[in-house]
Design a protein around this ligand. Structure first.
Ligand code: GAP
Length: 457
């Protein structure tokens, strides 16, 4: 007899299926591939394909614009991935950036002691083979390598586990060379590396990933005010990015969850298909980092307020978002399978914000003959300067629309016989599937306006 499933089990199965469908869409359409796939792949490493790199770049550009261009109190930098090894002693990462791990004496598998099922934690037996586990040992998450020709302790460096430290060590440089005055911020986007033991859920947690971090330097008496300000700003940013608000929430870190540098911390969590997970951290790091770098480097990192003549070590409010994790968030939020009643079938569609879509405008001739293909190509070339376009003349027009829906192209233009007569085309909208007739000269301004006014329904 068939087992009855509960509502909860059904929805869990649906979420797993949705995740599988997203992974398969990413592979099929060239968003994300397993790394080194022809050699069987490399655990937890992923490559961004032609559409994936466009999506990732657009998320980064959106963040950069919001955090730097649209403000007058934040500047950017791009620091090196490998830094002086003393940086990581000063930051506390050498000492504290560890996970408690246990090894199975039989099958040699390694587990996070704090993330194992409770019964295994109690019995001390392996969840994989039932073998005996070692006592937990602290395992540092930083990757080590050697700089230069000699592999000795003196040449050992780390791959940065967060981009933030590159900002702290450049604090003085930025203050001295830019016109910044506290309160001000420094933003950076770049790769970070952590030797994570538990890597699962596609690109959610990987050993190599990208962060978008901003460190905001404030007077110590104003830390709480700016912490609240940045919590609000960062949540508003996700709404602007087109993410549905009911999929986002704050979660405050309890005293035992706080990182070694933090006085207060909130995560912004997103409801991924596999549950609520951290997307971004907002931290009050106090003057921990600057005081430690000052102590370890012997350099004065205080700030002089030229008006009050007060000299002090600023506090830092940090906003730290995952870029690669944001790609998964955007895809999860955008992915949908919709029944199209008029056509009696189901379409896969990505409801991406038009500013993020890898292709903004698809251009199709209704048929290839009678000069329509040439005309469509001419129109498509005329749009390239303003939008990312894709020309497609193959197959039935309905199929071409569906292929663009699946990659999230918000607008499609079809050139038909009427175009030859009155220079008008059909503009079709991805979300509503509505079509309007519009003159070719109005296309650019109309699409620009549609992107500006976009609201997800
Ligand atoms: N500078 C502070 C910092 O690094 P974090 O909470 O460890 O804080 C910030 O990381 C963000 O970086 C996370 O919210 C997440 O989006 C992203 N992140 C961290 N580890 C990651 C990993 N292994 N894979 C993908 N993204 C990761």
């Amino acid at each position: 007899m068939a087992q009855k499933t509960t509502g909860k089990e059904e929805s869990r199965a649906a979420d797993t299926k949705q995740m599988d469908n997203i992974v398969s869409l990413c592979k099929r359409r060239g968003f994300i591939f397993p790394s080194s796939e022809i050699y069987g792949g490399l655990a937890s490493a992923w490559d961004y394909g032609p559409l994936g790199v466009e999506l990732k770049n657009r998320i980064e550009a959106f963040w950069w614009k919001e955090m730097t261009r649209l403000r007058d109190d934040i500047v950017g930098i791009d620091a090196a991935i490998m830094m002086h090894p003393r940086v990581w002693e000063a930051s506390g990462h050498v000492e504290n950036f560890t996970d408690p791990l246990v090894d199975c004496k039989e099958c040699k598998q390694r587990f996070r002691a704090d993330q194992m099922p409770e019964e295994n934690q109690k019995s001390g037996r392996c969840p994989n083979c039932g073998g005996e586990l070692t006592a937990p040992r602290q395992f540092n998450l930083m990757f080590k390598t050697h700089l230069g020709p000699v592999e000795d302790d003196a040449s050992q460096v780390y791959l940065r586990p967060e981009t933030a430290q590159g900002i702290y060590v450049n604090f003085k440089n930025v203050v001295q060379t830019s016109r910044v005055k506290i309160p001000f911020g420094i933003a950076q986007v770049g790769k970070a590396f952590r030797n994570e033991i538990v890597t699962k859920n596609f690109i959610f947690r990987t050993c190599e990933f990208e962060q978008m971090e901003m460190q905001f330097f404030v007077h110590p008496s104003e830390d709480v005010k700016w912490f609240e300000y940045w919590k609000e700003q960062r949540m508003a940013y996700y709404a602007k990015l087109g993410i549905r608000p009911d999929r986002l929430r704050f979660k405050q870190h309890g005293p035992d969850e706080l990182a070694h540098y933090a006085k207060d911390a909130f995560d912004i969590e997103f409801e991924f298909p596999f549950g609520w997970r951290e997307l971004e951290g907002i931290h009050n790091r106090t003057n921990y980092d600057l005081s430690r770098h000052s102590e370890f480097s012997g350099k004065d990192l205080t700030y002089l307020d030229e008006v009050s003549r007060e000299r002090y070590l600023p506090y830092i409010i940090e906003t730290s978002a995952g870029l690669t994790r944001s790609v998964l968030m955007v895809l999860s939020d955008a992915y949908d399978e919709e029944t199209v009643e008029a056509e009696g079938d189901v379409r896969t569609v990505l409801h991406l914000h038009p500013a993020l879509a890898p292709v903004t405008v698809g251009v199709f001739p209704l048929v290839k003959k009678d000069g329509l293909a040439e005309l469509a190509q001419e129109i498509e070339r005329g749009l390239r300067d303003d939008f990312t376009t894709f020309y497609d003349q193959g197959g039935a027009i309905g199929r071409r629309y569906r292929r663009q829906d699946e990659i999230g192209t918000p607008y499609c233009i079809t050139i038909d016989y009427q175009t030859k007569e009155d220079n008008t085309v059909t503009l079709r909208f991805r979300d509503s599937m509505e079509q309007v007739r519009i003159g070719v000269p109005e296309l650019i301004s109309r699409i620009r306006q549609e992107i500006r006014d976009y609201k997800r329904v």
